[in-house]
Design a protein around this ligand. Structure first.
Ligand code: PLP
Length: 491
């Protein structure tokens, strides 16, 4: 007895000592203020100098400092840590916060979204299950319903907020596979239709979903890089006749290379007739639905079975927010449902479906807050204005590029991407443009990326950052001319 009591008191002493040692994990009011102030000042200084900063910093002088920063037993001072962050992380490479980011599909980073992230992290509401946080789940489902409404989906629709478009595409393709009952034995006879312009996350998703041995048909595109619906119909008919099992058509609303929009009306006609799942990858283009002028061009989007949209592209929130919408949410739930003994409390009658029942994720960031807060604060109007501004900026870039001598412009922008190349009077065009993009990237005041269009090396201007404005596009055009001239003189 005596011995047990001694043990317990020693144990208690040790517990209290450890509690004391772990104390820094719960900074007190004054310490919190200091930390917040230092962090806030860092963010303010970042935004202050941002307009003068490069969109791309090719030199990685300081980045290696990080490699010596393995976590040690003792903590460090916040100011030293922030100084390291500034040098080694927030300097080298691409600066996606810059309006000069005109490469790939630019991201955003609106400030008010960061505040939503901050609050979601401090309160750490559990957004996976309705029972645990009805409020957080209501917010996420409300955002999904809002997007489903934009797409023209009926009330049966539902979906899930994801980390981005890739995971949303993967979840969509898995859902299509299950809804169309493609079992492993069926895979070699099952047919998926897409075009050469589909995003590479689709190809990746097909593989991860266990469908890489299915028949994947690349339907040719028209001169605007849109799927040829007539050739889709031909292919589906032929495959059906030959005893294959067509089940999935993947259309894109806003391709990465040129921002092309596949003809959804005609495609939906075919998928309806042949009972195929129609997935629309609108990761880039989806939120242009907010712009009245081009809504009509999206046609029968509401006839799709699933749609992916990326708020971290078209709604300018920081990286980490995609969305999957499914016209009949029951298909998504059937594909993603689960049960486990330790989850038995959570399955009580719920007024809302829970994100954990509609996605591969269980514990997750309350990511809805980073979109809900900005939408509540600003309303929709500024988002619509910014998106419409981008449409006009791309049109402007297109007109100006066409005025330049020997400039070949590959597409009249349907959305906000223009692909082009300089065709030198003599010499190899691919080699010239490869050198041209290098020089533009080395310069770094704006960042453009390149691709292949019809097998030709092409440069792209992609306008989607909320910080890209008329002066940004003018600067890009000026830099292009400057570098072309420099290269010609060097030849
Ligand atoms: C960006 C993009 C994706 C991938 O989305 P992430 O958010 O980068 O994972 C997929 N499809 C299209 C058309 C895209 O533009």
């Amino acid at each position: 007895m005596q011995e047990a009591r001694d043990n317990t008191s020693e144990l208690k002493e040790e517990i209290l000592r450890l509690q004391q040692q772990a104390q820094p994990l719960e900074p007190q009011a004054e310490e919190r203020t200091n930390l917040w102030q230092a962090t806030q000042e860092y963010a303010a200084a970042f935004l202050e100098v941002l307009p003068g900063r490069k969109a791309f910093e090719a030199e990685d002088v300081t980045g290696r400092l990080l490699q010596h920063q393995l976590p040690g037993e003792e903590g460090k001072d916040i100011l030293d840590i922030l100084a390291l962050l500034g040098e080694a992380v927030d300097t080298p490479g691409l600066n996606p916060a810059s309006g000069g980011h005109l490469g790939y599909i630019p991201g955003g980073g609106i400030y008010t979204s960061a505040l939503g992230d901050y609050l979601a992290a401090v309160t750490n509401r559990y957004a996976g299950v309705f029972y645990a946080s009805p409020g957080a789940v209501r917010i996420e489902n409300l955002l999904i319903r809002w997007m489903a409404g934009l797409a023209g989906f009926p009330a049966t629709a539902g979906g899930t907020l994801t980390s981005g478009g890739s995971v949303a595409n993967l979840t969509a393709i898995v859902t299509a596979r299950d809804a169309k009952q493609v079992r492993s034995g069926d895979v070699p006879r099952s047919v998926i239709y897409l075009t050469s312009q589909a995003h590479h996350s689709i190809e990746k998703a097909i593989r991860i979903a266990g469908l890489s041995e299915s028949v994947v048909r690349e339907i040719p595109v028209d001169d605007g890089f849109r799927m040829r619906a007539d050739l889709l119909l031909e292919a589906v008919r032929r495959d059906t006749r030959e005893g294959l099992k067509p089940f999935l058509v993947i259309a894109t609303m806003g391709t990465t290379d040129t921002g092309a929009i596949d003809p959804l009306d005609e495609i939906a006609g075919i998928t309806t007739q042949y009972s195929l799942w129609l997935h629309v990858d609108a990761a880039y283009g989806g939120f242009f639905l907010l712009c009245d002028g081009i809504r009509r061009r999206f046609g029968s989007l509401g006839l799709a079975d699933s749609i992916v949209m990326d708020p971290h592209k078209g709604l300018f929130v920081p990286y980490g927010l995609g969305a999957l919408l499914v016209r009949d949410v029951a298909h998504l739930a059937a594909s993603q449902h689960y049960s486990a003994n330790y989850m038995q409390d959570t399955h009580a009658a719920n007024e809302e479906l829970s994100p954990a029942e509609l996605s591969p994720e269980l514990s997750r960031h309350f990511r809805g807050l980073r979109l809900w807060l900005p939408l509540q604060l600003h309303g929709i109007a500024p988002f619509r204005a910014a998106l419409t501004e981008k449409l006009y900026l791309a049109q402007y870039a297109y007109e100006e590029l066409r005025k330049m001598e020997n400039m070949e412009v590959f597409n009249k922008p349907e959305l906000t991407v223009v692909a082009f190349r300089y065709v030198p009077p003599a010499g190899d065009a691919d080699r010239f443009n490869r050198e041209l993009i290098l020089r533009i990237q080395q310069d770094g005041r704006v960042f453009l990326s390149s691709t292949l269009v019809d097998g030709k090396f092409a440069l792209r201007i992609a306008v989607l950052s909320f910080r890209s404005h008329l002066e940004t596009v003018d600067l890009a055009l000026q830099i292009i001319q400057e570098k072309v001239l420099g290269l010609q003189n060097a030849e």
